[in-house]
Design a protein. Structure first.
Length: 271
């Protein structure tokens, strides 16, 4: 089975842009799209748990591609005690194409892996940043992907705080601890500034492609859901009963929830 039409469009998009963000919904085959668009010596960076996935995708789609895989945690040189330095590993420099899977991992501009990533991509002709959650929390988190795409010499992205102050509401908050320093907090987009203007002035046109599942997978059958019940082992049953005692209270013969859904979910994660 070959690539779907929208994936072929993605390959063409990456070819034309050379350095871009492919932000399709999860499950739309971003890895295959990136592999088919890669040229020359290619470096793929992902979470360590995805190593086998990428090796399988490589063998399936581009076994002829000269590809090296590594994890985000292995981008930088480590000190004697296991602490990182701000130096990328030399063997990761000089690739023609660099692919960052789950590229939102590079949103923290001060992290060792992000600093190393800037060195790795500086001379790469092609940079493909893949993520199904391009803005996982806040709009200003797109700063580092943009800086990686356009490089440190682009004056728009030479200073994070100047950029943030240009586009977002920035306020100064008092220190939470006694003796601490006040710190700046980036809020929403400035009043009278539109996202269209933000995208245009920051060069997102032609460097950003996002497709949703419902838009491109129109040939799939309707989603069906099936609920399967499995018996609890004694340890699970005990934990469930204890949790239910905390979650519900009897009020005039009726069970009333005492937690909201968010609180219940956090509690379940700890069980």
């Amino acid at each position: 089975m070959g690539l779907r039409p929208y994936q072929l469009e993605g390959v063409e998009f990456l070819h034309q842009a050379k350095r871009a963000i492919l932000a399709d919904d999860p499950g739309l085959g971003k890895s295959a799209t990136a592999l088919m668009a890669a040229e020359g010596r290619t470096l793929v960076v992902s979470a360590a748990i995805l190593e086998d996935t990428w090796r399988h995708e490589h063998e399936r789609w581009r076994p002829d591609l000269d590809l090296t895989w590594t994890a985000y945690s292995r981008l930088f040189v480590r000190g004697e005690r296991g602490t990182g330095t701000k130096v990328a590993k030399e063997e990761l420099l000089g690739y023609d194409t660099v692919v960052f899977d789950e590229a939102h991992e590079l949103k923290n501009r001060k992290s060792y892996q992000t600093i190393a990533a800037q060195q790795i991509v500086r001379d790469a002709e092609r940079l493909y940043m893949l993520t199904g959650t391009p803005l996982p929390n806040y709009g200003h988190e797109v700063f580092m992907p943009l800086k990686l795409i356009y490089g440190p010499d682009d004056p728009r992205f030479s200073s994070y705080w100047r950029w943030a102050d240009r586009w977002f509401e920035v306020r100064v908050e008092k220190a939470k601890r006694r003796g601490g320093e006040p710190h700046r907090v980036v809020g929403p987009l400035r009043d009278l500034t539109t996202w269209d203007r933000f995208a245009h002035d920051n060069g997102l046109q032609g460097r950003w492609l996002r497709r949703l599942r419902d838009e491109v997978l129109t040939d799939l059958p309707p989603l069906t859901r099936q609920t399967l019940y499995t018996p609890l082992v004694p340890k699970q049953r005990k934990a469930y009963n204890e949790f239910k005692e905390d979650w519900f209270v009897d009020l005039d013969g009726n069970e009333v929830a005492t937690w909201d859904e968010g609180g219940v979910w956090l509690k379940l994660l700890k069980l």
